[in-house]
Each structure stands twice: as C-alpha cells, then as structure tokens.
Design a protein around this ligand. Structure first.
Ligand code: SF4
Length: 339
C-alpha cells in the first residue's frame, strides 16, 4: 500500500469469539477465538491477499468486514467513515460499495432465477427500473465473457462451475462496488479454468478500478494476484507486507514454514519433510504468549510469557511481523540485533 494514500478500508482491533455450546448444565462458558485483535488497511486499487491454514480466521475476517457477522469489538472504516453495525441504512449503503464472492458458486445463486434475473436482482432492489436492470445484466455478462443471448436465459444448474462463478462476479459487480472480497472464489475450479478466471479477475480490476481482498489457502494463487499479503495464524495477524517480501524473505517462522510446505509447481521437485508439523492448537484454548509457539522451532520461555506484538520492520515499507525474533528488546536469545 502506498503510505501516502488514505486507505479505502481500515479495520482496527477486530475481535470475534464464537460461543461453544455447553456440553452439560453448569459447564464453563467456552469460546472459539476466531479473530483476535486484527488490524490492517487496504488502499484503493490494491489487492490484499489473506493466507493461512484452514480455521485461522481468514474467512471470518472477510465476513466481519461485510458485517455478515457482527464483531464483538473493533472498528471498521470504509473511505474514512465508520461502519456502524446497528445502522441498517449504513449497512445497505456499505453493501453497494463492498461485495463478496464465495467458493460455492451454486449456493450463491437462486436456482429459480435465470442468470440475467439473478444479476439484475441487486439493481432492481436498489430501485432500478426492470428494463434498465436487465440491460445492465446483459452488459455485465459480456464483461465476464459470457454471451448474454446464450447464457442470460439459462438457470444455474445449466452452467459449469467456471461459468457459474463468472455469473457470481457479474452479480457482485452489478451495484458498481469499489471493493470486492473474494473468499476462496477460485478454489473449487479445475486448475485450467482457475487460470482463466484469475485472468478475468485481473482484467476486471484494471478496467473497473476495483480493489480486492483475496482470501485463499492457495499460496501460489495469492502470490499471483496480490500486491500485499497478510498471514494469519489462529485468529491473529502474524505478518503483513509487500508480496515479494513475504514470499522471498519471510520473517515470521510460521510464514517460513507455510511457504516451505507449499507444493512445488515443478513436478520433479518434491518436499522431503513438511516443516509445518501437526495441526494448529485448539482455538478454544490457544497457547499463551505467541500462539505459534507449540509448532515453532525457535520457541523459548519468553514466547510463552509475552505475546509478540505486530512491529513494523525497519527500512521496509509496510512490512510488519509479530515475533520476538524481530524485536531486539524482547528477551529472545536469537532476537535481531538493532540496526
Ligand atoms: Fe517462534 Fe517465539 Fe517468534 Fe512465536 S515469538 S514465532 S514462538 S520465535
């Protein structure tokens, strides 16, 4: 993100704990700490990728931003204005500017509506006359490279997964949003279709001046589309920065392990042993201090005692890491010396 530009979207200290159903009467009240004290910003025109293992809180973060679920605490601002969860007209306005596309292309579409009626639904519900909304739907079908005459009258079950996801993009664009949250939006597609859809997303971003939040477990895809990348572990941001810094010089031991575990694009190169062993700990009762310490090869006593804060790296714009190794005063025996 260009530090001179004001962010289009800014989240500060977002928190969401989900209560767990008690197993017996009088059992202690437990919560899953899905998103805990998450802060970041997205500049207009950039793509911010969010990566992390399943259950790390990346999809919950996307839903919190859209207010599909209500945060327990924290502050979200769009174009400088605070978003108030209890203000229906504010949320309606927000959803004009921010749209979300999900992984399941079929579940997102009404099976009883034709493709063009599905796309026209948003403009219609915002007061556009039927003919105008229909015209818009046809234009959007062309934009996502589907022939309106051929695909407009069809129903979702008559389309392939890739075609349905194109319709979902068209639907998301119908209200001319500024920001689109793509939550595993290409993950269910075949690899050959995925590449075409990713290129379409990049073209749409350029043509329409869009901003993307791209949530995915696929590190290769995130590297391909993102300007900056945010890495989450067990509900926390552990590292955020420009895509090349994150992928070529990862600082956080979790980012290092995650990248070292990814399958190579070269079939002749095989990972000998995964550096990321075991599953993440239970988010109901996460480890004290650094949440990654139970899987980190550099963990020391200080890592259990003190939570590492997200600290901006010296000399590298927009990079921040939450690890005691990066802080000379942390008390970790291998902490970086001050430069
Ligand atoms: Fe590992 Fe400690 Fe850094 Fe956590 S704070 S990643 S346990 S070295």
């Amino acid at each position: 993100m260009n530090s001179a530009s004001a962010p289009l979207l800014a989240a500060r200290n977002l928190r969401k704990y989900f209560p767990v159903k008690a197993q017996w009467i009088g059992a202690p009240r437990l919560t899953v700490q899905a998103v805990d004290d998450v802060s970041f910003a997205i500049a207009a025109g950039e793509t911010l990728g969010i990566v992390g293992e399943s259950g790390c809180g990346k999809s919950t973060t996307g839903r919190l931003l859209m207010h599909l679920i209500k945060p327990d605490s924290g502050d979200i601002r769009f174009a400088g204005k605070p978003i108030v969860a209890d203000d229906p007209s504010g949320l309606r306005e927000l959803r004009r500017h921010m749209q979300m596309v999900f992984q399941d292309s079929y579940a997102s579409l009404n099976p009883r509506l034709s493709v063009q009626d599905s796309i026209a639904f948003g403009p219609r519900s915002h007061g556009a006359p039927r003919e105008k909304a229909r015209r818009k739907a046809r234009e959007l079908l062309s934009l996502v490279k589907l022939d309106p005459d051929q695909f407009g009258p069809r129903y979702p079950h008559e389309l392939s997964g890739g075609q349905r996801q194109r319709v979902n993009f068209a639907r998301a664009l119908a209200l001319e949003p500024k920001l689109v949250i793509l939550d595993e939006a290409v993950s269910a597609l075949d690899k050959s279709i995925e590449a075409q859809v990713l290129n379409l997303l990049m073209d749409l971003k350029r043509e329409l001046g869009l901003t993307y939040l791209f949530i995915s477990h696929d590190l290769n895809v995130v590297q391909y589309v993102s300007d900056r990348v945010l890495v989450m572990y067990l509900g926390k941001v552990v590292e955020i920065g420009p895509v090349d810094e994150i992928y070529h010089r990862p600082r956080h031991p979790y980012t290092q392990a995650l990248l070292a575990s990814r399958p190579s694009l070269d079939p002749d190169i095989k990972i000998k042993e995964s550096p990321l062993v075991g599953d993440p700990p239970n988010p109901i009762n996460p480890p004290s201090g650094c949440r990654f310490r139970t899987r980190c090869p550099y963990a020391e006593a200080v890592c259990a005692e003190k939570e590492p804060l997200l600290i901006s790296a010296a000399h590298i714009d927009e990079l921040a890491v939450a690890c005691h190794l990066q802080s000379p005063q942390s008390g970790h025996s291998k902490a970086a010396a001050p430069s």
